[in-house]
Design a protein around this ligand. Structure first.
Ligand code: ADP
Ligand code: MG
Length: 292
C-alpha cells in the first residue's frame, strides 16, 4: 500500500526540517520541472539595510526620516520594518501619530500627517515619471547595485528617497545551482523594479526573472509556467505570495514567513533554508521508487 512509504517519507522530511502537509505533495514534488521564487525574504534574507537617504533641497534628512518612519511604522512589510529600525537609531525624537493610514500591498503606504497626504512606496505608486526624474537627478546607480528604492511624495511632489540593500541568503546560490543541475527551471518573481530584479537575479543565478509584479501578476506568471511545464513549484514568504503559492502545483513557504503563506503552502521549510528544497525532492524521489 502507499501509506507506509509516504508516512515514512513525511517523518523523514520532518527530521530534516521539511514539513510535508500530505503524501500527494511528495508524489508531485518528485516530478518538479520548474520553480518560481519570490525575491524579498525568500531568495534574500528579507532584512534590507538602509544604504542611502536622499532628500529634496531644503528638506533635512532628520525631518524626512521622521515622516517616513511615522507612516511605515504601521506596515509589516520588511522594507517598512527596516526603515523604522534605521530611523530609531538616527533620531531620538518621537514619531508622529498619523491621522490616517492605508497599506497598499505590492505598492506602499498612504498616510496623512498633520493634514498632509504622503505616499511612500515604489515608483509606480508615487508617480513613475517624477520618481525617475528625481532618481536621475542624483548621480548614483542605486538600482543597478541591486538596491530597492522607496520614494516618498507629499501633495507637491517627490520629497526624497530611501535606498535599501537586501542580502542574498548564504545558501541561495548553491540551492539554485543544485536545482538547475537536476534539470529544474528556476525563475525569480518580484514586485521590485526591473533594474533591481536584474541585479539580484544575476547574484542568485536563476534562469529568468520577472519584475514589477503585483500579487495578481505573480499568479499569472505561475499560470504561464504551468502552460510550459508539467509540474511547477512556487516558494514564498509573504501575504502577497499566497495566491501564487495556491496556484502552483506545489506551494513552498519559508518557515519564518507570514501566517497566510504558511497556511497556503503544501510544504514548509522550517528553518528558512532553501537547500532543503533539493533535499525534499530527494526524499520524494526515494518514496516514489519504494512505492513503484
Ligand atoms: P517583493 O516581491 O520584493 O517581496 P512586494 O510585492 O512586497 O515585493 O512589494 C513590491 C514593491 O512595492 C517593493 O519592492 C516596494 O518597492 C514597494 N512596497 C511595498 N510595500 C511597501 C512599504 N510598506 N513601504 C515601501 N515600499 C513598499
Ligand atoms: Mg517576500
Amino acid at each position: 500500500s502507499i501509506m507506509p512509504a509516504s508516512l515514512s517519507a513525511i517523518s523523514n522530511g520532518a527530521r530534516k526540517g521539511i514539513l510535508f502537509k500530505g503524501g500527494a505533495h511528495l508524489e508531485r514534488l518528485a516530478h518538479l520541472e520548474a520553480i518560481a521564487f519570490d525575491k524579498t525574504g525568500t531568495l534574500t534574507r528579507g532584512k534590507p539595510e538602509v544604504t542611502d537617504v536622499i532628500t529634496r533641497d531644503h528638506v533635512t534628512e532628520e525631518d524626512f526620516l521622521k515622516v517616513i518612519a511615522s507612516i511605515e511604522r504601521q506596515s509589516n512589510h520588511p522594507l517598512a520594518q527596516s526603515i523604522v529600525q534605521y530611523v530609531k537609531t538616527k533620531t531620538a525624537s518621537d514619531l508622529q501619530q498619523p491621522d490616517s493610514l492605508e497599506d497598499v500591498p505590492g505598492y506602499g503606504v498612504i498616510g496623512v500627517l498633520s493634514g498632509v497626504e504622503w505616499k511612500v512606496g515604489k515608483a509606480d505608486f508615487v508617480g513613475k515619471e517624477e520618481a525617475i526624474a528625481f532618481h536621475e537627478g542624483i548621480s548614483a546607480s542605486l538600482a543597478e547595485d541591486g538596491k530597492t528604492i522607496v520614494y516618498a511624495r507629499d501633495e507637491h511632489g517627490i520629497v526624497g528617497l530611501i535606498a535599501l540593500k537586501d542580502i542574498v541568503r548564504e545558501e541561495t546560490i548553491a540551492a539554485i545551482e543544485e536545482l538547475k543541475a537536476s534539470g529544474i527551471f528556476t525563475v525569480m518573481i518580484t514586485g521590485d523594479s526591473v533594474k533591481t530584479a536584474e541585479a539580484i537575479s544575476n547574484e542568485c543565478h536563476v534562469d529568468q526573472y520577472v519584475a514589477e509584479c503585483l500579487p495578481e501578476t505573480k499568479v499569472d506568471e505561475v499560470k504561464a509556467l504551468k502552460g510550459k511545464f508539467q509540474t511547477v513549484g512556487m516558494v514564498g514568504d509573504g501575504i502577497n505570495d499566497a495566491p501564487a503559492l495556491a496556484t502552483s502545483h506545489i506551494g513552498i513557504a519559508m518557515g519564518e514567513g507570514t501566517d497566510v503563506a504558511l497556511e497556503t503552502a503544501d510544504i514548509v521549510l522550517m528553518k528558512n533554508d532553501l537547500s532543503k528544497i533539493a533535499e525534499a525532492i530527494k526524499v520524494a524521489k526515494r518514496m516514489n521508487r519504494i512505492v513503484k
